[in-house]
Design a protein around this ligand. Sequence first.
Ligand code: PAF
Length: 274
Amino acid sequence: MQIHSAIADLRTALKNRGRVVFVPTMGNLHAGHISLMEQARAHGDTVVASIFVNRLQFGPNEDFDKYPRTFQADCDKLATAGVDVLFAPTEADLYPEPQEYTVEPPAIQNILDGEFRPGHFRGVATVVLKLFNIVQPQAAVFGKKDYQQLMVIRNMTRQLALPITIVGGETVRAEDGLALSSRNGYLSTADRAEAPRLYRLLQEIRTRIQAGETKHTDLEKMATAELNRAGWQTDYVAVRQQSDLSPPSGANAPLVVLAASRLGSTRLIDNIEI
Ligand code: PAF
């Protein structure tokens, strides 16, 4: 696997490499990321991954400084997964001057996670567009675990007419249902044992909606109350339309249940499609 940190070197390395498929990450890779790399292989000739902890998408009180950085272990995993090229820029490579030109997503950036993480999706969209311009892939793979992020990127790609196919990768879960996430490593032993409750509740909501329950607000309140009784601090549990994450309107619109809740100091997000 080739590793490049300079934009010019990466561009040279990617000349005449056929169809390029890109998987951007912030490192601290787990089986969920590796599954995205494997899916990427099916969409092109050259798989390019990136590792960059993007300061722009972290709020002032968030975990940018303590975000786990495990570069050598990540490189080993990517090489084993058959990734061809890794782009691992420093902050000086990617942001040699203050990034004053940014991508401002529309209203979707202010709902759900955006309500609790102001500016987060601006930071994500800005770095992803910049990475797309650098790597110039024909396809890119993003995990469905970050459901709202995937939608922001899909919409940005479509509206800005970027010639890139966006592929959504299924969430990989531990045996007890917890969605794999780089932030799971922050969980204490007790919190790790408690954490699967989030997915169990999403499954319960799905089962009840499939059985005909239509009072979505009651289901959201039930799950929020159960989480909070068990010691979580819940930002939201929301039943939304898959198409645009707005509250359900039509009877047959495909739905997704999304949740974000804090266990100890760890904020977990998850979702389930119906
Ligand atoms: O999902 C992530 O890891 C990040 O938000 C991304 C897409 C790599 C942008 O920094």
